[in-house]
Every structure is written in structure tokens, then in C-alpha cells.
Design a protein around this ligand. Structure first.
Ligand SMILES: N[C@@H](CCC(=O)N[C@@H](CS)C(=O)NCC(=O)O)C(=O)O
Length: 216
């Protein structure tokens, strides 16, 4: 298998783009990367040729176009089952439930703490709704530990799609100095050392665009 192209937004801000990017790097898949800076005058025009309704990420593999972060991660996990999927069926189902909840929830946290990878770490005042999102995420992370294969410090032990899906939360917790319970704090530190996260951060820092609405 070859010939993958991943269309993404600004690395500093595009949380949805980070997920499949980290997953592909983790799986060791080589791919061409097209970065389309978001919220510029020409963004829609640049994304027009894709079937994604002007959104990123988009994975292109031969004639196939996939325009959803979770669907991209699942597709690649099916192509590379040796590395991509948790062996245990219960762990796998629980992992999918975590991913789906991440995909569809935490609206307060997303709007109050926009992903801004190069932000100088500092705390902000958090609303009760945002604190509830943070509590729920830690609860999910703890629950995942019950299904861990014991092979690493990631959510399910081995690195899985769940870690890719929660990668933007890791940057948010770190950059907004969110107080966390010990196990969550250890997990954030581990994720921040992952080579794919380090590489993403380095590129994010090199970007020039500033999206004012995402700066807090
Ligand atoms: N469901 C999509 C969400 C994609 C999405 O909302 N992407 C944001 C980037 S972080 C985007 O393209 N925003 C540009 C816009 O809304 O115009 C996925 O999971 O990939």
C-alpha cells in the first residue's frame, strides 16, 4: 500500500487534523501532506476540490477520499491490522466508544480551550460546564485502563486510535495548565513525549498564521 495524501489544516490549531496525522505517523505510514491554512480568504477555494464540505482532514488513497478523522483512523487500522487494532474484542469496543464520545462531545471544552499547540502555558478560568467535560474525560481515561493490555502507558496500554483521538486534548490540558489527577497527568506527559506529537509541535511552532478567534 502506498500513495496516501493527507490534507490538513494549520498544525497549530487544527485539532481534527492532528488525529489522523499522529495515527499515520504512529503506524509508520508514509504520506504526502498538504497543509491548507484555515480561515483565510482562499481556504474554501483550496478545499473546493475535495468532498469534505471545506473541512479538513481528508485522506486520499488511490481513488478513495475519506473526509472524517475517525473514519480515516479506522480505515488505516483495517489496512494495518497487525499494528492498528487492539486484539481483545471488549477493549476494541470500549476503545470505539471512547473515540465516538470524543468525536461528538466536549463542546464546552473545545470552545473554551481551543487547541493552540504553541501557546505559552498558563491557566485560564474554567466554567462549570468545562470542568464537567474535563472530569468526564478523566473518567473515560480511567475506564480505558480497565481494558489495558499492560504493554505501555497509553489509554489501553498499547497506543491505539483512542490516543490519536484524544491527542488534541493532551495539548489543551498541557497548554492551559488544567489541574489533573495523577494518572491523567502521567498520561499527558507520556503523550507529549511521543515522537509524532513532538514532530507536530515543532511544525506548529514554525507556522506563521495567527487565527485570532482561537487565541485565549
Ligand atoms: N467531522 C470532521 C470534523 C472536521 C472539522 O470540523 N474540521 C475543522 C478543522 S479543525 C475545519 O475544517 N474547520 C474549517 C471550517 O469549519 O471552515 C472530522 O472528524 O474530520
Amino acid at each position: 500500500m502506498a500513495d496516501f495524501t493527507l490534507v490538513i489544516g494549520n498544525k497549530n490549531y487544527s485539532s481534527w487534523s492532528l488525529r489522523p496525522w499522529v495515527w499515520m505517523k504512529h503506524l509508520g505510514i508514509s504520506f504526502e501532506e498538504i497543509v491548507v491554512p484555515l480561515f483565510q480568504d482562499d481556504t474554501d477555494e483550496k478545499l473546493d476540490s475535495y468532498f469534505s464540505n471545506s473541512k479538513v482532514p481528508v485522506l486520499i488513497h488511490d481513488d478513495l477520499e475519506i473526509w472524517d478523522s475517525l473514519a480515516i483512523c479506522e480505515y488505516l487500522a483495517e489496512l494495518y491490522p497487525q499494528q492498528g487494532l487492539l486484539e481483545d474484542i471488549q477493549a476494541r469496543a470500549t476503545m470505539r466508544a471512547l473515540c465516538a464520545e470524543m468525536h461528538s462531545s466536549f463542546i464546552c471544552l473545545r470552545s473554551e480551550l481551543p487547541m493552540n499547540c504553541r501557546r505559552t502555558p498558563s491557566a485560564v478560568i474554567l466554567s462549570d460546564d468545562c470542568l464537567a467535560d474535563i472530569e468526564r474525560i478523566q473518567n473515560l481515561w480511567r475506564h480505558a485502563g480497565n481494558f489495558s493490555d499492560g504493554k505501555g502507558g497509553y489509554l489501553f496500554g498499547s497506543f491505539s486510535i483512542a490516543d490519536a483521538m484524544f491527542a488534541p486534548i493532551v495539548f489543551r490540558f498541557d497548554r492551559y495548565c488544567v489541574p489533573l489527577e495523577d494518572s491523567a497527568s502521567r498520561y499527558v506527559k507520556l503523550m507529549l513525549k511521543h515522537p509524532a506529537m513532538l514532530a507536530w509541535l515543532e511544525s506548529a511552532k514554525a507556522e506563521q498564521e495567527v487565527i485570532e478567534s482561537e487565541e485565549r
